[in-house]
Write a protein that binds this ligand. Sequence first.
Ligand code: UD1
Length: 339
Amino acid sequence: MRVLVTGATGYIGSHTVVELLERGHDVIGVDDFSASVPSVQGTIEQISGQPMTLVQLDLRHRDGVDALIGSVQPDALIHFAGRKFVGESVSDPIQYYGRNVTASINLAEACQRHGVDQIIFSSSCTVYGEATILPVSEANPIMPVSPYGRSKAMTESVLSDLAAAWDDLSVLALRYFNPIGAHPAGILGEVPIGEPNNLLPYVMQVARGERPELSVFGDDYPTPDGTCIRDYVHVVDIAKAHAIALDYTTRYRGFEAMNLGTGVGRSVLEVIRAARDVTARPIPYRIVERRPGDAARVYAQAKRASYHLDWEADPDLHRMIADHWRFERSLSSERRLAS
Ligand code: UD1
């Protein structure tokens, strides 16, 4: 298939492009390089042994998006591009509604105009907000609590409404839990910009000695060790789900959402212990105040993806961290500075 991938040089986008190329798809990637670098294209091609096309475009430009989709005429769109930080979305909501919602509307409109009737959308468990029913299934209410979460939920609504109005359209929203890890080749992974917001990139930088210690945000949550529980899932498993989902979206019409997680919850202290095992580094930490907006426990019920996509994520946390660590150690200081 001819697949247009937005956010193609980002963390999950780049791993997905590798999977698509390895399965023989023709990939046209788009990125504005606001959170990634163009050289990721070379890394993707090196791992997969296949060429891809890469275009620079800011998806908030409606005419540019229309021209791109009109000229590429893809069979399917996989839409990753967007911002993903809860705190940043609170302080700069317009950026989130612009980059996450306006951009998605531009894409949806162009897909409709040019007859692109298969869309896979990169969504998040953040659409559930403070999940009260665990594990979190797709039947949980959509109650996002941040502009970031609302931007994902709004985009799902736009795509769902479009699928209701356009009989031929199939849309699959994949709701990720906490993607971590890196490609086992050791040369592709996430390069955080500035101080990392997410747990594992921070832990890795402490392990490398680049930061003195990790701040653990609260140890008084109602969990066995008092720290928050999340469902960490290998980025390559997430990437594979997208490649499999392309077959699925050819077989049904309408809008559907699926969780992508392992179903296993891990506390912050468990992650630190596993990272110490893998890296053989001390990884000092200090307990600090809770981070506003953090939920105590979030982990997935991913039966829908297992049933429809025949997809399951490997819950081996040590393997995820080992792959992440291999990439971190290969990262040159120039690359780090370039980000
Ligand atoms: C949050 C969002 C998610 C978003 C993701 C990426 C929610 C419910 N989830 O995930 O949608 O995609 O951010 O931005 O809004 N932690 C520390 N110290 C640190 C960093 C993190 O203790 O320095 C803890 C956090 O309190 C949390 C866990 O580690 O319990 C994971 O944090 P993080 O990686 O930021 O992911 P989420 O908060 O789950």
